[in-house]
Design a protein around this ligand. Structure first.
Ligand SMILES: O=P(O)(O)OC[C@H]1O[C@H](O)[C@H](O)[C@@H](O)[C@@H]1O
Length: 575
């Protein structure tokens, strides 16, 4: 019998599985491919923890998968010693379907294992969970969210004591523990009343909110100097951002904030959009309408767990989107120029970005004497650096960012934070408005100064086992065969992160790179253009990142198109 069939049978016959779940499984008994998709593997810890479609099965998000993962997580915490475990775990959740249920399940399994759970009383943004881990000096944290994935998904982001998401060391320990749990009877769970009575469950909220919001307000650099009348349109996309983002903007004196009514209240069915990812321009449809009604100048959207921020600007009457790299360079430029003016750039300053984030930020940072460090995709990797500097005091982390619209300013949160990024961006927009400039004008000034950088991220969605196999073939074939010239650009260097080798194309010389292993490829050309390929760690996609650089906008755009066309044609031809 196939392994997936064995797993299916095991669930159907397990006395711990409830009748409703069994009924759901019974209904697919004649659908082999559905059974295979639900049971061919366990959900894996990817870029941001466990993430999968909601439903019954080992490859799905449900209370059993959560309970087993949590038992394993509890085992790992307990193995770190009694004093460590005693510090407890902070747990939050977002607006998604079953998020509150999964969060409570997590808390009660932790409680049964002697680990006190600090559980948020209602939904909160991801950055606040990171903050809570630090606030309560917990040993770990969990946030139930699938971030920006479609509505049929949920997820489990796991955090360690510093307040950042676990890296492969802890993830591997949890996976090992998961593999040892053969039956659900090995998972301990405590009743809610008992957990409350024993002090192993505590509901949290206002106290952490106030402290977190206070810290967020502290990121402001110019506060009182600014005219804050700029008209801001905000959409939380029916997620966790509504309360904190509005509170921060309002308490900081931004009075003209207009919230998209249809997307204001938390709703895991996301009734107005198919894909609650603010990277997708469709997410702005309602915000744009509202902006036209009230003459909005700055449009901001946060994703369901409010760790990502997308931005659009009214420029010359037209609403124009900024991509994640562009918002990143605007923030870098605003923060560094303002800090410099006030003589506040710390010693040994660093900004951290991922290997697939653009180079324009590096050029600006360099101009201010700030080092740019590149790490693998994922804020767990970005925030690993401030965690390290806590101990070594070697460098000072100013901010971290990624092209995928994630920003972390300062160190009070160790994950990306759309609440503080919203405030900083509003502040930048207000500051430049007083000089009669929109953020698009600012970007154009930066292009003039640092060169024209253009970029695009293209995702090919390939679902299910077949999709996964095709992504693998695409990566394998690209590893072997790739173009040496695209238009007038000549390939100079190839980096294969899987084998951690960088190859100089003309000499064939290979050198080892000092970065962790991951399935990604990067091709760098002699004129500053480059592209990279990697399978997404959060969604069933392969991602192509294309970057061009030239002395004029037209040329940079032309090169970008050439690169896109060339690579996409090759990818599509791989069956
Ligand atoms: O490219 P992916 O693996 O799908 O990851 C996309 C994004 O997912 C999460 O939001 C991570 O926190 C980000 O750091 C990452 O950039």
């Amino acid at each position: 019998m196939e392994l997936y069939m064995k797993n299916y049978e095991k669930w159907v016959n397990d006395s711990f599985i409830d009748e409703k779940t069994k009924k759901e499984l019974e209904e697919i008994k004649d659908n082999k491919s559905e059974i295979e998709d639900r049971f061919y593997q366990d959900l894996e810890f990817g870029t941001a923890g466990l993430r999968g479609k909601i439903g019954a099965g080992t490859n799905r998000m449900n209370e059993y998968v959560i309970a087993r993962a949590t038992q394993a997580f509890a085992n790992v915490i307990n193995k770190h010693g009694e004093d460590f475990a005693k510090r407890g775990i902070a747990i939050a959740y977002d607006c998604r379907l079953f998020s509150p249920e999964f969060a409570k399940q997590t808390a009660l399994v932790m409680a049964a294992n002697g680990i006190k759970a600090y559980l948020f009383e209602s939904l909160r943004p991801t950055p606040e969970l990171s903050y809570a881990v630090r606030y309560y000096n917990c040993s770990a944290g969990v946030n139930i969210t699938a971030s920006h994935n479609p509505k049929d998904y949920n997820g489990y982001k796991a955090y360690w004591q510093e307040g950042s998401q676990i890296k492969s060391d802890i993830a591997n320990m949890i996976l090992e523990e998961i593999s040892k749990i053969e039956s659900f009877s090995e998972v301990s769970i405590m009743g809610e009343n008992e957990a409350l009575k024993k002090g192993l469950l505590e509901y949290i909220g206002k106290e952490v909110d106030d402290s977190y919001i206070n810290e967020v307000k502290g990121v402001s650099i110019r506060d009182k100097e600014l005219d804050k009348s700029i008209k801001i349109i905000y959409t939380p996309l029916n997620g966790a951002g509504n309360i904190p983002v509005r509170r921060v903007l309002s308490e900081m004196g931004y009075e003209n904030v207009f919230v998209v009514k249809e997307q204001e209240q938390p709703d895991g069915t996301f009734p107005t959009i198919e894909y609650p990812n603010p990277e997708d321009l469709k997410a702005f449809e309602y915000a744009e309408k509202l902006a036209d009604e009230v003459d909005g100048e700055l449009l901001i959207a946060t994703d369901p767990d409010c760790d990502r921020l997308a931005v659009q600007i009214r420029h010359n009457g037209k609403i124009t989107p900024l991509n994640g790299n562009q918002t990143g360079v605007i923030l870098i430029n605003y923060i560094l120029s303002s800090l410099k003016e006030k003589n506040r750039i710390p010693e040994n300053p660093v900004i951290v970005k991922s290997i697939v984030t653009g180079d324009m930020g590096t050029a600006i940072a360099k101009d201010y004497g700030v080092e740019m460090i590149n790490v693998l995709t994922g804020f767990k990797n970005i925030c690993a650096l401030p965690n390290e500097y806590d101990k070594t005091k070697e460098k000072n982390f100013i901010m971290g960012y990624e092209e995928s619209i994630g920003y972390a300013i300062g160190t009070f949160v160790r994950d990306k934070d759309a609440v503080s990024a919203s405030l900083m961006l509003a502040e930048a927009a207000a500051f430049y408005k007083a000089q009669n400039k929109t953020l698009i004008d600012v970007l154009n000034d930066l292009f003039e100064k640092y060169g024209y950088y253009q970029e695009n991220t293209i995702s090919l969605v390939l679902e299910g086992i077949e999709g996964q196999k095709r992504i693998k073939r695409m990566m394998e074939q690209y590893r072997e065969k790739y173009p040496n010239n695209i238009g007038s650009s000549n390939l100079m260097k190839k980096i294969d992160y899987e084998i951690q080798i960088s190859t100089d194309i003309s000499s064939g010389k290979e050198s080892k790179i000092d970065i962790e292993k991951t399935d990604a490829l990067k091709f760098l050309f002699d004129d500053g253009c480059w592209y990279a390929l990697r399978p997404s760690g959060t969604e069933p996609k392969i991602k192509l990142y294309v970057y061009s650089k030239a002395n004029t906008l037209e040329l940079a755009q032309e090169k970008l198109k050439e690169f896109e066309k060339d690579v996409l044609e090759k990818l599509h031809s791989i069956e």
